[in-house]
Design a protein around this ligand. Structure first.
Ligand SMILES: C[S@@+](CC[C@H](N)C(=O)[O-])C[C@H]1O[C@@H](n2cnc3c(N)ncnc32)[C@H](O)[C@@H]1O
Length: 229
């Protein structure tokens, strides 16, 4: 991939999706198989990265029956707890996925197909800024999967993380954004409940993908998707 392909952000280092193998036991979920360009009748797709034990995913799906949430968690014991609850609650608009979100997104998600992405309390190792989502070349790929007018919602209790994310959203990714404090009585996730109970301040950064936004991956689609057409 050359660097002179049009883009509307200032990220130079390009992500290399061709180098990523599909996650082990990869299967394209029905909601993706069904949601083809020809048949766009299915519910808006929402993605959650790092869903933990699924507190937010379960309540979001229960409260938004007109949308379909794909919630990804890579830690086995958290995913098992989430998957068990999801099964008990019979939510047909929720797809829990046990995988690394980067490899899975590359192999399962079509460009310009996601209405909203939640990244709630990602908690990277504090000394390793490369683990922050907006510092990763993958973030450009993630933006290519988002529809124009779509949103990425990042929430964290780490002030340095939100400061950096806000700066990167403005200076590198050129995404209009709003930053706010999470209300003290919010209870979206287990980590949110824990931090707010300790009187910590939590922040939310809502980033908006504008019309005409271009990435170097807007026409890139994995073979795993084509094979399931
Ligand atoms: C601090 S926990 C927060 C969990 C939940 N969002 C909450 O707020 O309670 C971060 C979660 O993100 C998951 N995670 C981190 N990187 C991931 C990735 N690349 N793919 C999938 N899950 C990831 C971790 O396994 C962990 O469960």
């Amino acid at each position: 991939m050359t660097d002179n392909i049009e883009r509307t952000h200032h990220q130079t280092r390009a992500f290399q999706p061709d180098k990523l193998s599909p996650p082990r036991d990869f299967m394209l979920p029905n909601i993706i198989v069904e949601n083809t360009a020809e048949k766009k009748s299915s519910a808006p797709l929402i993605l959650e990265i790092g869903a933990g034990k699924g507190k937010h995913a379960l309540s979001f799906a229960a409260q938004n029956s007109d949308k379909h949430l794909i919630a990804i968690e890579r830690t086995r014991n958290k995913f098992d707890a989430f998957a068990k609850l999801a099964k008990q609650q019979h939510l047909s608009n929720l797809t829990p996925i046990h995988a690394d979100a980067i490899a899975w997104t590359v192999h399962a998600i079509r460009p310009n197909s996601i209405a909203k992405i939640f990244i709630l309390y990602p908690n990277p190792e504090q000394h390793n800024p490369n683990q922050q989502w907006l510092n990763m070349p993958f973030f450009e790929f993630l933006l290519s999967r988002l529809q124009e007018g779509g949103e990425v919602i990042l929430v964290t209790n780490i002030e340095a993380y939100i400061d950096n994310a806000e700066q990167q959203a403005n200076e590198i990714w050129c995404l209009p954004n709003t930053r706010s404090q999470v209300p003290k009585d919010s209870q979206r996730t287990h980590f949110e409940v824990k931090y707010l109970a300790r009187d910590e301040v939590c922040w939310e950064l809502k980033m908006h993908k504008p019309e005409g936004y271009k990435t170097r991956f807007d026409n890139w689609k994995a073979e795993t998707i084509d094979n399931n057409k």
